[in-house]
Design a protein around this ligand. Structure first.
Ligand code: HEC
Length: 217
């Protein structure tokens, strides 16, 4: 029994190798795909892939899908689809403004009080988007990216520099990014950015309160 099985194995391997060689030799997937398409009427090329962060479920009937440029009317309102620039959404600014004209973002005032609901929403989003680089405590020493690039530790969200940043500056960082950090404005809507700002302030803890008190804000 066992002899028979071991006797067949090399034959099966040879067949597999021949099949692989045939597929690779004819230009990898394309002919196979074409053959599948001819037989089944569809191929692997026509798969329903989607982008990172893309909402893959259809929006409930009667609602407006969340996408870049659509913002909810209030901090916890459902998205009602105003374009960027409506309500109290600040006019567009760029990374260049953040670096060379920080007053553009420093002048933005946070319209969302740090209620428990706001902090919970901020935490949820921080853990979805920011934690991968800045780590759970904001120190940047435990994030996934830190494993690849220790640069993150040079920009701790709970360090003096970030504590001294205005709420508007952090809002600006989330919306357009700066330097190596990409912007997340297309994925995080207006009020959600402020919820994250509130959560970052909470991460910064009592040290932040001291800085804010000293700055008189
Ligand atoms: C892909 C990695 C990555 C993600 C995700 C990320 N950041 Fe950053 N962040 C960086 C890097 C890198 C810097 C330093 C930017 C530079 O080169 O000036 C930075 C800098 C910052 C700063 C400025 C700190 C300072 O010292 O001036 C703030 C504030 C900040 N990030 C907040 C956030 C928030 C809030 C989120 C989530 C919405 C987030 N970041 C998501 C990589 C990231």
């Amino acid at each position: 029994m066992s002899r028979a099985r071991s006797g067949r194995l090399p034959v099966r391997r040879a067949a597999m190798a021949a099949a692989c060689a045939a597929v690779l030799g004819t230009g990898a997937c394309t002919p196979l795909d074409d053959a599948m398409a001819a037989i089944f009427g569809r191929s692997m090329r026509d798969q329903a892939s989607f982008d990172p962060y893309e909402m893959t479920l259809l929006p409930p009937e009667g609602t407006v899908p969340i996408s870049a440029g659509n913002y909810p009317a209030g901090p916890f309102d459902l998205n009602v689809g105003q374009p960027e620039g409506a309500a109290d959404v600040p006019p567009p600014f760029t990374q260049d403004d953040i670096v060379n004209r920080p007053e553009v973002v420093d002048s933005l005032s946070n319209p969302v009080p740090p209620t428990p609901e706001s902090l919970a929403r901020g935490e949820q989003l921080y853990e979805r988007v920011c934690i991968v680089c800045h780590g759970p405590d904001g120190a940047g020493t435990t994030g996934y990216i830190f494993e690849l690039h220790p640069l993150m530790a040079a920009y701790p969200l709970n360090g003096d520099v970030a504590i001294a940043r205005s709420d508007g500056y952090i809002y600006g960082m989330i919306r357009v990014g700066r330097g190596v950090m990409p912007g997340y404005g297309h994925q995080i809507t207006h009020y959600d950015r402020w919820h994250i700002v509130n959560y970052v302030r909470q991460l910064q803890g009592p040290a932040a309160a001291a800085v804010a008190g000293a700055a008189g804000s």
